[in-house]
Design a protein around this ligand. Structure first.
Ligand SMILES: [Cu+2]
Length: 511
């Protein structure tokens, strides 16, 4: 029995995105309600014992989003977003990455504990148009919801805006022992929250909407559905939510202040469920909640809101009463060992618009900014030097799931006790993380307001096995990437448009 119900968003109100001059308020689209699109599960190409084979193809197409003209969109194995990919912990995966887009892209597995920089799919792992690459990995991490998105900096934001984002479930044996909703598409549904502006003829125009502090639009889109409803046919419903927006924060609550229970964050279940009436997600964060409709009757509706904008309606149907309570304990978190000698690393996120930087520097693909041995935890103090009111910068690190130790020396938020890979840092705040890498490689860490990341608010760390010689990593350079894009787009290098470029130029850097 959970007694305490939290009723605030925890984050600092003066830093909420709606205070920013460039904020785009949400509007209810002039379109009828539609059933929520629940992506199908991706079928493997082949299963051979513990070896499982998948193909993921990035492609362009058209999607019916509003009445009238279809919208030109990009997606994985489809025209928008992706089928849901379900990985099982401990299995060995072979994934063919195909690029049928007109330009290079990368396939980044956000939240998966796989080796960097190539399998991880950051900027060093381009797949050129018409080509394919093979990756393989064995998963070693607890059950979670992660995601797949394009990451070819500095055009990550534009490619994600086109639709290159997909849901990835990780399952494990422990999860199978928990009494929590898990019937995919029935009482366990993924929910990708995004926003777009529809221009003439229902088209998106990323460049027209460009804002260096993040691109936003007035129309909310959940799993690519504008004005969705969902037919509830079970007492309890589990939503696996992802902030898949480039910039927008979601401050979620239900009509009638109906409480809900958060059971998981980015990289794992929470140790104990937390009951809330409000939850805020910053870019790339995941929150899994269970809503209990036991007191509802057929014909009732419950609405999901962000601030005061309605996002989705739950239409209640007949359901068999299911009175089992959620487990009081969900996961044992084994924190990495620390001692008084545990190193403390300080990482400073600074600036707004074009001045964004990490430790005062813009990202350089062929520069390694930090090093850390594998298997040994270190404290990372993430500092946001923005004044109030400034922005919450969502800090993300590839290749690891960390623990949040403290916020300005105080306890983390009640729903931050699970593993995370992305975490909002308030202006003027220092958030202490405990970070351990298991695999050697090169991993990026950055702000997940995607335009900030493209604008250079990113750095990279090399992790290494102290008992082995250091491997050589073939790192991409901005020049190489720009040359490729210039050829693919048929545009001279100096006329190549990428949002992040202006940001580098503002800092006096030649691209
Ligand atoms: Cu940022």
């Amino acid at each position: 029995m959970i007694e305490k119900v939290y009723t605030d968003y925890f984050f600092d109100e003066p830093a909420y995105d709606y205070h920013d001059a460039g904020y785009v308020p949400l509007e209810v689209a002039d379109a009828p309600e539609k059933p929520l699109a629940v992506p199908p599960l991706l079928e493997p190409d082949k299963i051979d014992g513990d070896d499982i084979y998948y193909t993921v193809t990035a492609e362009a197409g058209e999607t019916q989003l509003l009445p009238g003209a279809k919208t030109k969109t990009w997606g994985y194995n489809g025209t928008l977003l992706s089928p849901t990919i379900r990985f099982e912990n401990g299995k060995h995966y072979h994934v063919t990455l195909r690029n049928e887009l007109p330009e290079l892209t990368t396939f980044h597995w956000h939240g998966l504990n796989v080796s960097g920089p190539y399998v991880d799919g950051g900027c060093h792992a381009p797949v050129y148009p018409g080509e394919e690459k093979q990756i393989e990995f064995t998963l070693n991490q607890p059950a979670a919801m992660c995601w797949l998105h394009a990451h070819p900096c500095p055009s990550t934001a534009e490619q994600v805006w086109h639709g290159l984002a997909g849901i990835v479930y990780v399952t494990d044996k422990h999860e199978q022992t928990l009494v929590v909703p898990h019937e995919y598409g029935v009482d366990d549904i993924p929910l990708v929250l995004q926003d777009r502006r529809f221009h003439e003829n229902n088209q998106w125009d990323y460049r027209a909407d460009y804002d260096p502090d993040g691109v936003a639009g007035p129309t909310a889109m959940l799993n690519g559905t504008v004005r969705p409803y969902f037919d509830v046919t079970t007492t309890k419903l589990r939503l696996r939510m992802l902030d898949g927006a480039n910039r927008r924060e979601w401050r979620l609550h239900l009509s009638g202040d109906r409480p809900f229970t958060q059971i998981a964050s980015d990289g794992s279940y929470l140790p104990e469920p937390v009951q809330l009436t409000k939850v805020m997600m910053t870019c790339a964060e995941r929150v899994q909640i269970v809503i209990d409709f036991a007191d509802c009757k057929p014909g009732d509706t419950v609405t999901l809101y962000t601030d005061d904008a309605p996002l989705m309606t739950f239409r209640i149907h007949e359901f068999a009463k299911q009175n089992a309570e959620l487990p009081a304990h969900l996961l044992d978190i084994q924190a990495p060992t620390v001692n008084p000698q545990t190193p403390v690393r300080r990482i400073v996120m600074s600036g707004m618009d074009e001045t964004v930087a990490i430790d005062g520097k813009k990202f350089q693909m062929d520069r390694i900014d930090a090093q850390q041995p594998i298997g040994q935890a270190q404290y990372w103090d993430i500092v946001n030097t923005n004044d109030k009111p400034g922005m919450v910068h969502p800090f993300h690190c590839h290749g690891t799931q960390f623990l949040v130790v403290s916020r300005n020396g105080k306890a983390p938020y009640p729903n931050e006790h699970g593993y995370k890979d992305t975490m909002g840092v308030n202006p003027g705040e220092t958030v202490r993380l405990l970070v351990r890498f298991d695999l050697p490689g090169v991993y990026m860490y950055h702000c997940h307001i995607i335009e900030h990341e493209d604008g250079g608010m990113m750095a990279q760390i090399e992790t290494y096995d102290p008992s082995k010689p250091r491997p050589h990593y073939e790192l991409m350079t901005m020049d190489k990437l720009m040359q490729a894009l210039s050829e693919e787009r048929g545009v001279p290098m100096d006329q190549l448009w990428m949002g992040g470029m202006a940001s580098y130029e503002a800092m006096g850097m030649k691209m």
